[in-house]
Design a protein. Structure first.
Ligand SMILES: Nc1nc2c(c(=O)[nH]1)N[C@H]1C(S)=C(S)[C@@H](COP(=O)(O)OP(=O)(O)OC[C@H]3O[C@@H](n4cnc5c(=O)[nH]c(N)nc54)[C@H](O)[C@@H]3O)O[C@H]1N2
Ligand SMILES: Nc1nc2c(c(=O)[nH]1)N[C@H]1C(S)=C(S)[C@@H](COP(=O)(O)OP(=O)(O)OC[C@H]3O[C@@H](n4cnc5c(=O)[nH]c(N)nc54)[C@H](O)[C@@H]3O)O[C@H]1N2
Ligand code: SF4
Ligand SMILES: [Mo]
Length: 870
């Protein structure tokens, strides 16, 4: 028997430990690691189904120069030569790296060192700019260092947890499960502050549907309330906190309950309920993520939250802290090594003695002396011709940056583009001159740091496929070929880890909390056996000392920004974010048939009244337009939306769909302190788009096709792919996409229905259903025919003998249980809670990610029963 390998999840910043047992060259059994402090054995739907994503579909397996395979030597020599020549000709600031919170700390360290110490520029920025940079800037302003003063254990010690701008149930599901467990065990109260009613609200005591962008007013109002109620901590304030001039005068004027409620568009009684609860509960954790960070006032929003915690002394104590939760698995590690253009290394900024110190440590020939270009500015600089060589690693800016249409132009325009990725084709790598095949999750080896500063190992359990190589190796090889052989002479990740650890400790006389001194001499064996540990200790700032020059934390005066009234041309406000079972641009989660079922298409969610006004019905297609661009989405009418606001997901790309391109829509406007884009709020309009026909296509195999129709979205299914399609004109042009085989057809002219299948020796190769006015059958049974023997012409009836009724949209992906099944069971068996549904159907009893959804279905069913009784 092969041994289980302990590693960390590929996805979110919760950083769950995984126990992976390989079962073949490219297959693995995944379980939660019971000994890992983040998850104690639990995994969410994405972690649970990681095994479905380790195949080689779509992988880049050899270096490519243009469309041609190249040897590593040739590709690396070319990259080194082009970067060296560009620096020689145009100076160090004419080149840039754009990297990612999905790199290992070791990868990140090498890239940062190469750019900031050897090339001599700070033009290395990361997708964490889009994610965590407002939190980083907020921490620096308040504490003097980017330190998260909380741990997951605080969630179990808190009496109140406030989630601000965080859809925790979907995006940090195991943290959400820990919160729910704490609620069950000790009655912890939960408040959610989010303009949308998300599934996170299902298990909460209060939901405040704030007007977007008004969190500063809400937090300042809270501070004013605490001040008036005498729940600030004068002793702590006097000894450990500095307030800027005019701070309290500012808080004490114009932040009364009524004014605040009006600004935030929340019922005063609801707001008062929250304020009272907060004031009465010393053990409070306020957890926040992108609803706070991704704003053009993100840094002020972060500081408004921290202000409340500092002023009430709710920091550095058990169960009391402001808690910025990270997105990517190693967003935190990137911050530690200094992978942002605005930091130098190891939590040091560009102060002259830091530059001198790091330069000495690296024996650097060309230290960068000032911050470099932040992501949005970086791509603008490319469009302006100022950046002539760009290396993108482990991120997909053509999809994920705001105003992605301009970003695509930049990627096309840059004279030399290198993309390191695990996948062959991404919307960004299409434009690359050189593509480098990176090692992916399960193959790579290194460390990551999660939201609560816990460092864990990612360990390989699969062989490197083809010629894929780890990112640290690729970068150090380029460094060596650029002429710095000794500075980049690493043989293994442990070599890099030790150097990084030494730098954090180098001349660190307590000035920086980040100090990995004990790791600096770790042996290779000890590195391999490393247990998860937390830097900065259990509870930073518990002694009331902060890493500022005078040891005191800082309150920051924050003012609520003006919220622009909607313009006539753009009557709606576009909010963007995530789905429970997809990860970013779907390069990994898109491979999993199970995960694909939760949301099969990119939806635009809209309030019923807005939809009615616009003449849009549920399941229509609609075009969302902004000043930056437009894209098509499937409509989902949702009571959870505020009036005038719409929501679209960030996940869909050219690789899976003709529409759903959220990245084209947001404005490239950024927060002035952090440079983080305001992804959550863009003026927009929506209109219905009619099509003459709709249908679907099921194809065997995993080679994607691009279909010539207005709407086409692809999901992976067992044995093949399902395309949902809609369009105008003659649909017969789609017939050509059916694979060869014996062809069977059925037409119904009155409804304009075409059904065609191709079959070889009793195996279904593909099937196309299109209709103008008729209904379409459930896809499930047809999909199963891909894996069935002895298929014949009767497949066009789209129904097996005694086949099941339509299950409806998948809710529980672990047991493949649909909405209709749950609703029927609730009705027929009079189920009253999530546990009862679990008992009856199994739904929600494995990973638990769908439990909030089941709670929501139960609540709706109860409402309907009430209405029926009235
Ligand atoms: N399933 C899944 N999980 C993920 C990811 C993924 O792609 N898929 N990505 C990971 C990454 S990198 C990140 S950064 C995290 C993000 O995790 P989250 O921050 O939880 O996710 P988002 O959906 O981006 O946004 C959170 C919420 O902010 C709300 N919001 C919008 N505007 C405002 C506002 O003005 N005020 C307030 N209070 N709230 C507002 C939105 O309505 C949304 O529900 O998720 C991580 N986890
Ligand atoms: N409108 C809008 N836009 C957003 C957001 C939003 O809420 N709204 N959120 C933003 C946030 S918070 C984030 S974090 C970004 C995420 O956006 P991206 O970083 O662009 O998204 P990913 O799909 O995670 O891209 C990772 C890429 O790296 C590849 N990859 C995976 N593992 C490795 C590896 O080990 N090495 C290498 N070299 N490549 C690898 C994957 O195949 C994939 O192509 O999106 C941002 N964009
Ligand atoms: S919560 Fe889910 S996606 Fe996040 S690390 Fe844990 S298992 Fe992975
Ligand atoms: Mo993120």
């Amino acid at each position: 028997m092969t041994q289980a390998i302990r590693t960390t999840c590929a996805y979110c910043g919760v950083g769950c430990g995984i126990s992976a047992t390989p079962t073949g060259p490219r297959s693995v059994t995944i379980l939660g690691d019971e000994a890992h402090p983040a998850n104690g054995g639990r995994l969410c739907s994405k972690g649970t189904h990681l095994g479905e994503t380790v195949g080689l579909q779509g992988r880049l397996l050899a270096p490519m120069i243009g469309a041609k395979r190249a040897s590593w030597d040739k590709a690396l020599d070319l990259v080194a030569k082009k970067f060296r020549e560009t620096v020689e000709r145009h100076g160090p600031d004419s080149v840039a790296f754009y990297v990612s919170g999905q790199l290992m700390t070791e990868d990140y360290y090498v890239a940062n060192k190469l750019m900031k110490g050897f090339i001599g520029s700070s033009n290395i920025d990361t997708n964490s700019r889009l994610c965590m940079s407002s939190a980083v800037a907020g921490h620096n302003r308040a504490f003097g260092e980017d330190v998260v003063p909380a741990s997951y254990d605080d969630l179990e010690e808190a009496d109140l947890i406030v989630l601000v701008g965080s859809n925790t149930a979907w995006c940090h599901p195991i943290v959400y499960q820990r919160i729910q467990a704490a609620r069950a065990a000790r009655g912890t109260r939960l408040v959610v502050i989010d303009p949308r009613r998300t599934e996170t609200c299902e298990g909460a005591d209060l939901h405040l549907p704030v007007k977007p962008g008004t969190d500063v007013a809400l937090m300042n109002g809270l501070l004013a309330w605490c001040d008036a109620e005498g729940v600030t901590d004068p002793a702590f304030l006097a000894e450990h906190v500095n307030a800027p001039e005019g701070f309290w005068e500012h808080i004490r004027s114009g932040h009364d309950l009524w004014t605040t409620a009006k600004t935030c568009d929340i019922a005063p009684a609801l707001l008062e309920q929250f304020y009272k609860l907060f004031a009465a509960t010393p053990r409070t954790v306020t957890m926040f993520s992108q609803g706070i960070n991704q704003s053009i006032r993100g840094t002020d929003q972060v500081n408004a939250i921290i202000n409340v915690h500092l002023a009430t002394g709710r920091i550095g104590k058990p169960g009391a802290a402001p808690f910025s939760i990270t997105g990517q698995p190693n967003a935190m590690g990137g911050r530690e090594v200094g992978g942002l253009a605005s930091t130098l290394a190891a939590h040091m900024d560009f102060a002259p003695d830091n530059v001198e110190r790091v330069g000495r440590f690296w024996a650097a020939p060309a230290m960068a002396t000032r911050p470099g270009l932040k992501a949005v500015d970086l791509f603008r600089a490319i469009n302006e011709g100022r950046i002539k060589a760009l290396w993108v690693m482990a991120t997909n800016p053509a999809v994920s940056l705001p105003d992605a249409g301009r970003v695509r132009e930049a990627l096309q325009a840059v004279p030399f583009l290198v993309v390191s990725d695990i996948m062959a084709d991404t919307d960004s790598s299409t434009h690359a001159h050189v593509r480098l095949p990176a090692a992916g999750w399960g193959e790579k080896d290194g460390t990551v740091t999660n939201s609560d500063r816990t460092v864990s190992r990612q360990r390989p359990f699969l062989a490197l496929p083809g010629e894929a190589r780890p990112d640290w190796w690729i970068v150090k090889e380029v460094g060596r070929r650029m002429g710095w052989r000794n500075a980049f002479a690493y043989d293994r990740p442990a070599d890099i880890w030790r150097e990084h650890a030494r730098l954090t400790a180098y001349q660190n006389d307590g000035a920086r909390v980040l100090n990995l001194r004990r790791q600096a001499t770790i042996s290779n064996d000890a590195y391999d056996a490393m247990e998860p540990f937390r830097w900065g200790g259990e509870r930073p700032f518990s002694d009331g000392r902060f890493p500022t020059p005078d040891g005191k934390a800082r309150l920051v005066l924050t003012k609520q920004m003006e919220i622009q009234e909607p313009l006539k041309q753009w009557p709606m406000t576009l909010n963007t974010g995530r789905y429970r079972d997809q990860w970013h641009t779907m390069s990994r989660t898109g491979l999993s048939p199970k995960l694909a079922r939760h949301r099969e298409e990119p939806l635009v969610e809209i309030h019923p009244q807005d939809a009615e006004l616009l003449g849009i019905a549920d399941r229509d297609l609609a075009r969302v337009q902004t000043a930056q661009g437009n894209s098509l989405f499937r409509v989902a009418i949702s009571e959870g939306q505020r009036l005038g606001e719409i929501f679209t997901p960030i996940h869909w790309t050219d690789q899976q769909a003709s529409g759903g391109r959220t990245g084209l829509l947001p404005r490239p406007l950024v927060d002035p302190h952090s440079g983080q884009p305001g992804f959550k709020s863009t003026p927009a309009s929506v209109e219905k788009v009619a099509t003459e026909w709709k249908g679907f296509l099921i194809l065997r195999g995993d080679e994607p096709v691009k279909l010539p129709c207005l709407w086409s979205t692809r999901i992976t299914v067992p044995g093949g792919a399902l395309y949902e399609i809609a369009g105008n004109g003659d649909p017969a042009r789609l017939d050509a996409f059916l694979p060869k085989g014996d062809r069977v057809e059925a037409m119904d002219a009155s409804r304009g229905t075409r059904r065609i299948a191709t079959i070889s020796e009793g195996r279904l190769n593909g099937v196309l259903f299109v209709t103008r006015t008729g209904l379409l059958p459930s896809r499930d049974w047809l999909i199963r025919q891909l894996e069935t023997e002895g298929v014949g012409g009767s497949v066009l009836a789209a129904r097996g003998p005694g086949s099941q009724p339509d299950k409806g949209a998948t809710v529980c992906v672990c047991f493949d249980i649909g909405l209709n099944q749950i609703v029927a069971a609730i009705r027929e068996q009079q189920l009253v809670n999530v546990a009862a549904v679990g008992k009856a159907l199994g739904a929600g009893t494995n990973c638990g990610s769908c439990r909030p959804a089941i709670a929501n279905i139960l609540a709706q069913a109860q409402q309907e029963t009430l209405h029926a009784a009235e």
